[in-house]
Design a binder for this molecule. Structure first.
Ligand code: NAD
Length: 730
């Protein structure tokens, strides 16, 4: 028997070791070849009388298995029929069921028949389909390695656990734990998984396989608990059990609160768990496959898989990286400026194992920046996510200084000093005087064009923008901005660096605000305009949340601060002179900042009032005095449409002007840069899904009603006439 993705060995006791080890991949995932090989291996174990049972293990140090290769699922280009999709969706369910029943009928097992044992030896992360094969094994033992992570993250990409996860988890851990695990997608450590009955034991890492084999040897005849005659779910099940009825009722309300019913996969997971709890396992698995199929066939799930998984991974692997440049050495990074951004950049860099030279005007200021890392580490220690030793090691990698000589052996520079061209020019000069000739200089400026900053550099071909978002430790996106003179080296170095700190890069053009801020600013301005029009501020923010945005635009403006908006407006006015186009909210910003002193959340509040005792924020009662409510309020649908279409208009303009070069980057930047409703798969996916023609029709209607800022660009009108989709064309 030959296999491509697994190793199959049988020891002298007749115990098979099925080691999953995908060639040329750092992590195991279910793909067509592995499914075929695994089925062959299961058949061999079941049919060969010399084999007593099997241990399933991983050949990767990186972990057990990360789930399924979603490229398998995220390609609807061949337009399969519903029947074909359903058949595909049931394949793993059937295979795992064969493994756990030995191919015997459930009724025979419940009458006392047995099958051969399969044990899963979990050496690291086991997520999604990687966990589901373990749950279908009769015994699950995990190593005591801190790398062990157990979870079902399918919900995060628009899917549900479709290989038995929604059925076996409630049967092992109870309904409530299953709902929590399947609907949040968060993973847990081995100890928690054991306490929830999801794994049987935790053993020393180097004894993992031996312990799994020991169990198989001692348990030659087995069947799953749910194949026992009078199996009961721990904690109750079904439509009548008073222990679970309130859980089912509450879960629907919780789903509404957390997802605003924008995430159909969450509702379907709850249906799988509920419906599956009142029928036997074989029927329950078919119910799961049915819901899984309906998700796979929806545009929304396909969009989410494409953006949140396939394109995100491709971007992170460096799709945009120039192939001709060798991997850039990144052992030591110089971070200039230890303010809010520099401190965050130093943290994410040192956290990823690189050394950091953190430079500010004096050592005290640099130390203050390093304190940020200290605080985040202490938080991690108090939550048990980091050890004191690891924290010390990490902090030792950050050297604080005010002396440029300390930068002499760094491999990359990231500059985050004041947003002042003169200060930046001075810093560039001093830095280039000491760093190596080939070292790339990256600026984190948010408003100064990279091309103009590069003019201060002796080596403009090595100059680039790496634009982070605040707070750096939390925000996953990084914009990379080549200037006119940038060569391949800085682009490669920037992408290698972003990969090393495990964030998602997009490459965008060197225009004012780059991509994300070119959309966020008009979006926030539109919300402020609505306030001026007398639309109830609570309606505005609630509609944004209902649309799937993580926070309302008025709350977001308070965070980014009215003061920053005011400063950006003033500098744009100064720079652009007569060409400056008023935004429609210049007067509102001036009123907030200059007249009312409401400069944002951190300084005196904004649209909201923030109680000093940390209580819940509420709309500033004085707001209606300055911006009275209109007698007639628009419907929620109208407000939502405006909030959505003002973002689509700005994205369309950026795409049309080549500020962002492809739909993939436009969608990634939107979701990870400013939290554009993830259920859409991103603004370009959304335009494709509603149809370019329909987008143009609606955008034109809104432009007529509210102003030209909603109007679609000419290239979008043309596309609407020609037909087709942006993704298909890309
Ligand atoms: P900040 O004011 O918090 O920090 C700037 C730091 O630079 C200060 O610690 C200051 O002492 C130091 N500094 C000033 N002049 C210096 C010099 N000559 N030599 C060494 N250090 C010097 O500012 P910030 O918010 O961290 O922003 C820094 C940069 O990042 C700016 O270019 C800004 O546009 C950009 N940025 C900011 C954000 C944001 O949300 N704040 C987001 C993306 C990018």
């Amino acid at each position: 028997m030959s296999y491509e993705t697994i190793k199959f060995d049988v020891d002298s006791d007749g115990i098979a070791l099925i080691t999953i080890d995908l060639p040329d991949q750092s992590m195991n995932v279910w793909n067509a070849q592995l499914i075929e090989d695994f089925e062959k291996a299961v058949d061999e174990v079941l049919s060969n009388d010399d084999i007593k049972g099997a241990v399933i293990a991983s050949g990767k140090d990186s972990g057990f298995m990360a789930g399924a290769d979603l490229r398998m699922l995220g390609d609807s280009s061949e337009n399969p029929s519903v029947q074909e999709v359903y058949e595909g969706a049931t394949r793993l369910n059937k295979l795992f069921r064969k493994m756990e029943t030995g191919g015997k009928a459930s009724k025979d097992l419940s009458k006392g028949a047995y099958t051969k044992p399969f044990a899963a030896a979990i050496n690291g992360l086991a997520l999604g389909g990687g966990l589901e094969v373990c749950l279908a094994s009769h015994y699950r033992v995990a190593s005591d390695s801190p790398k062990v992570q157990i979870g079902l993250p399918e919900v995060l990409v628009g899917l549900l656990p479709g290989a038995g996860g929604t059925q076996r988890v409630p049967r092992l851990a109870g309904i409530q734990n299953a709902m929590q695990m399947c609907t949040t997608g968060s993973s847990m450590k081995a100890e928690q998984a054991k306490s929830q009955n999801l794994i049987h034991d935790i053993v020393p890492h180097d004894e993992l396989i031996a312990k799994a084999k020991e169990w198989v040897r001692a348990n030659p005849k087995v069947r799953q608990p749910w194949d026992e005659a009078r199996f009961k779910f721990p904690g109750g099940q079904g439509a009548m059990d008073p222990r679970v009825v309130p859980i089912f009722a509450g879960s629907a309300a919780m789903a509404q609160k957390q997802t605003f019913h924008n995430m159909p996969q969450v509702d379907k997971i709850l249906s799988c768990i509920y419906e599956g709890s009142i029928v036997p396992i074989d029927v329950a698995l078919r119910i799961e496959s049915k819901y899984f199929t309906s998700l796979l066939l929806s545009d929304q799930t396909q969009n989410m898989i494409r953006t949140l998984f396939i394109n995100k991974q491709a971007a992170e692997k460096g799709m945009a990286r120039p192939k001709s440049v060798e991997p850039v050495k990144l052992q030591k990074v110089g971070v200039l400026g230890a303010g809010m951004m520099g401190a965050g950049i130093a943290y994410v860099t040192a956290r990823s194992g690189m050394e950091v030279v953190l430079l500010d005007r004096d050592v005290d200021a640099a130390e203050k920046g390093k304190d940020y890392s200290r605080k985040l580490n202490d938080k991690g220690i108090s939550k048990g996510k980091m050890t004191k030793d690891k924290s010390e090691e990490m902090l030792a990698r950050i050297k604080t200084t005010a002396d440029y000589d300390d930068l002499k052996d760094v491999d990359l520079i990231i500059e985050a000093v004041f947003e002042d061209p003169k200060v930046k020019a001075d810093v560039i000069k001093k830095t280039e005087a000491v760093i190596g000739k080939d070292v790339v200089f990256a600026s984190n400026t948010s408003t100064i064009p990279i091309t103009s900053l590069a003019k201060n550099s002796e080596r403009p071909t090595q100059f680039i923008g790496i634009h982070f978002f605040s707070p750096v430790d939390k925000m996953p996106l990084v914009e990379i901005i080549p200037g006119d003179a940038s060569g391949d080296l800085p682009l490669a170095a920037a992408l290698d660096y972003v990969k090393a700190i495990k964030k998602t890069p997009i490459v965008v053009s060197d225009t004012r605000g780059f991509y994300c801020n070119s959309v966020v600013v008009p979006y926030l301005n539109e919300a402020a305009r609505m306030v001026k029009e007398g639309i109830n501020p609570a309606l505005i923010d609630n509609c944004a949340r209902n649309l799937g945005m993580p926070v309302g635009p008025l709350a977001l403006m308070d965070e980014t601060s009215q003061e920053l908006g005011y400063k950006i407006m003033m500098s744009a006015r100064e720079e652009m002179g007569d060409a400056y186009q008023p935004t429609g909210v210049d007067d509102l910003l001036e009123k907030f900042v200059v007249e009312l002193g409401r400069k944002g959340r951190k300084s005196g509040g904004g649209f909201y009032e923030y109680p000093e005792d940390g209580g819940k924020k509420y709309i500033w009662p004085g707001l209606t005095e300055h911006f009275p409510l209109a007698d007639t309020q628009p419907s929620a649908e109208e407000v939502e449409e405006r909030l959505l279409f003002i973002q689509l208009a700005a994205v369309a303009k950026c795409y049309s002007d080549d500020v962002v070069h492809d739909p993939q980057s436009a969608d990634l930047g939107a979701i990870f840069g400013w939290g554009f409703a993830p259920w859409t798969g991103g603004p370009m996916s959304h335009i494709d899904t509603i149809g370019v023609e329909e987008y143009v029709r609606k955008a034109e209607a809104l432009a007529q009603q509210h102003g030209e800022r909603y109007a679609p660009p000419a290239s979008f009108r043309k596309k609407a006439e020609e037909g087709g989709k942006f993704y298909a064309a890309a």
